[in-house]
Write a protein that binds this ligand. Structure first.
Ligand code: NAD
Length: 326
């Protein structure tokens, strides 16, 4: 039986990944600062610990695991990353985790390690066009990410790649583009656009109004969690190191995203555009490289993923309302 360690197993992607690895018959140890907020872990062992602490890292990474997935990061939606207020903690926390994990992985002889990077590594100036034709991997340089979160991801990509070159550590790196789905953060300021949109629409009375940051003409692509994991597992089983995009090529404006969710919810709402952090103007994945290397790329329509996500968020909103009433 193959053994895997999932760092960040109490988070959104980590929680789904543990389930997927269990279905594939792995023995799984999960580690996180906290238990999963929305579901019971499927891991064989779940350790609560702070990966900024090297002693914790040594405790959880105590044998040559077949696969290590490093997903733990201090992250959030636009409301957390783009205000500037959290720059120092975001950079320090995530860099400390990666410095610890990669070095101990090398020392204990981990067979393969995955690092989750982000579309946030791409330079700001090539994302000013809402009709962005896509972000090929090599366009990350010359570097100019729009947030310190993106700079830390770029640093850590290079860190893992240097361990690959200097110590032969088998590394795999993907740049995730806006992953969404059930069992993810949906309120509190760290949620991403699809979850925020589902929540606002679920909370609104029919024919009411929702607020949206910016003019809604900024574009993004969003990838449903199942396709993210499919790409991740295929990358892990391949001989390709990366970095490679794991994202969707279906680009929509935020207004179009809202319209899709309204249709799923069966609500007609007006949109009030207000000032707020928006990030770059246009972003979508370019999937040329993933298709070339893995013979696969995400292909499912955005609407399909939203149809699975909206009911889950609607249920969370309902539960929260009934808790407040008590
Ligand atoms: P998440 O916030 O749900 O999960 C991250 C987990 O890391 C959290 O459960 C958190 O508690 C844990 N963590 C943070 N600091 C820790 C520490 N010091 N010790 C132990 N655990 C710690 O985020 P997610 O959406 O599941 O993202 C997983 C990874 O993928 C992250 O590295 C993120 O940067 C990357 N990523 C995600 C997306 C996306 O759209 N979700 C896009 C690009 C990149």
């Amino acid at each position: 039986m193959k053994k895997a360690l999932v760092c960040g197993a109490g988070g959104f992607i980590g929680g789904h990944l543990v389930k997927r690895l269990k279905k594939e018959d792995f023995w799984v140890r999960g580690v996180d600062l906290k238990h999963h907020e929305f579901c019971e872990t499927a891991a064989d062992e779940f350790v609560i610990g702070d990966l900024r602490d090297p002693l914790v890292c040594k405790k959880v990474l105590d044998e040559p695991f077949d696969e290590v997935y490093q997903l733990a990061a201090d992250m959030g939606g636009a409301g957390y990353i783009f205000t500037g207020d959290n720059d120092a903690v975001v950079m320090h926390n995530s860099a400390a985790i990666n410095l610890n994990i990669v070095d101990i992985a090398k020392d204990v002889g981990v067979k393969k390690i995955f690092y989750s990077s982000s579309a946030c590594v791409y330079p700001q100036h090539i994302q000013e066009d809402p009709d962005n034709p896509g972000l090929p991997e090599d366009s990350a340089y010359p570097a100019h990410p729009d947030s310190e979160y993106g700079w830390e991801k770029l640093f850590s990509e290079r860190l893992y790649l240097s361990y690959y070159r200097n110590f032969g550590l088998e590394v795999r790196i993907a740049r995730f583009h806006n992953i969404f789905g059930p069992d993810g953060t949906w309120t509190g300021g760290r949620e991403k656009a699809p979850a925020a949109m589902c929540r606002k629409i679920a909370e609104a009375l029919n024919h009411g109004e929702i607020e949206m940051w910016g003019d809604g003409l900024q574009t993004r692509s969003f990838l449903y969690i199942d396709e993210c994991l499919e790409g991740l597992r295929k990358l892990m089983d391949s001989t390709f190191t990366g970095p490679v995009n794991i994202g969707s090529e279906e680009m929509v404006t935020i207004n179009q995203l809202a319209a899709m969710v309204m249709e799923i919810a069966g609500k007609e709402l007006s949109i009030r555009h207000i000032d707020g952090p928006q990030g770059v103007r246009g972003r979508k994945s370019d999937n040329t490289l993933i298709f070339e290397k893995l013979g696969w790329k995400p292909s499912r329509p955005l609407k399909e993923g939203l149809e699975k996500t909206y009911p889950w968020i609607e249920e969370q909103v309902r539960k929260q309302k009934s808790k407040l009433r008590k």
